[in-house]
Design a protein. Structure first.
Length: 226
């Protein structure tokens, strides 16, 4: 019988954090008015700003991408996909365009299409850990935690200081009954960022799991014995 020590709501929480990571932007270079609007989550105003830019320069792939990001912020995923299609057509060599395209499909629960897009992003830039996180999240939503773990391993290899990667990998381990590995990952996530929202979510789960280990140690030996 499968045992799930982590709640579905915890996975949903991680999914929302991963979407934030996926659409995050470092805003390299000067902060234009449009980028500031996006950063402040003023998505309607950002759409107006980038629409004006596109009208003046239809081949501005970055403006198409940014407007797509604004549409995504408003949960207008179909409109975002159209903007991102145009951005990719203008510049097919930017992994972030495919990654946001994937995130739109993810938000529409089209996980296989999202995986196809993020695979393209990884080919373009295999050193971007967020891409592996997006693909891991798709596998989780498809109830394939065993496929998510290698992607989270890679994300951690590329950025070992991001606590959410450990938290999400820990949840994957719990779902495949690799209990000690899950405990270790939750502890690492809390150690890295003890006051984060992620840590606040997983601390009570970790306490429960440690109680289970104390009361039912045979549950934690199952994988070892098998």
């Amino acid at each position: 019988m499968k045992r799930a020590f982590t709640l579905a709501t915890l996975i949903l929480f991680f999914s929302s954090i991963f979407i934030e990571l996926a659409i995050a932007d470092d805003f390299v270079g000067p902060k234009t008015e449009g980028k500031i609007l996006l950063e402040d989550k003023k998505f309607d105003e950002a759409i107006v700003y980038f629409t004006n830019k596109i009208e003046k320069a239809p081949d501005d792939c970055d403006a198409c991408f940014m407007r797509g990001k604004a549409h995504h912020g408003l949960k207008q995923y179909d409109k975002a996909l159209l903007d991102l299609d145009e951005a990719i057509k203008l510049n097919p060599d930017d992994g972030n365009y495919y990654a946001l395209h994937a995130t739109c499909f993810f938000s529409k629960k089209l996980y296989d299409k999202a995986i196809i897009d993020v695979n393209k992003a990884i080919v373009i830039n295999p050193e971007e850990e967020r891409y592996y996180a997006i693909r891991a999240n798709c596998h989780i939503e498809k109830e394939q935690p065993d496929k998510a773990i290698p992607d989270l391993n890679k994300a951690i290899e590329l950025n070992p200081d991001e606590s959410i990667y450990y938290a999400f990998r820990g949840s994957c381990y719990f779902n495949i009954t690799e209990m000690d590995k899950g405990i270790s990952d939750f502890e690492k996530a809390i150690e890295l960022d003890p006051n984060s929202e992620v840590s606040k979510e997983i601390k009570p789960q970790l306490r429960k799991i440690k109680r289970y280990k104390k009361w039912f140690p045979f549950l934690f030996k199952e994988k070892e014995d098998n």
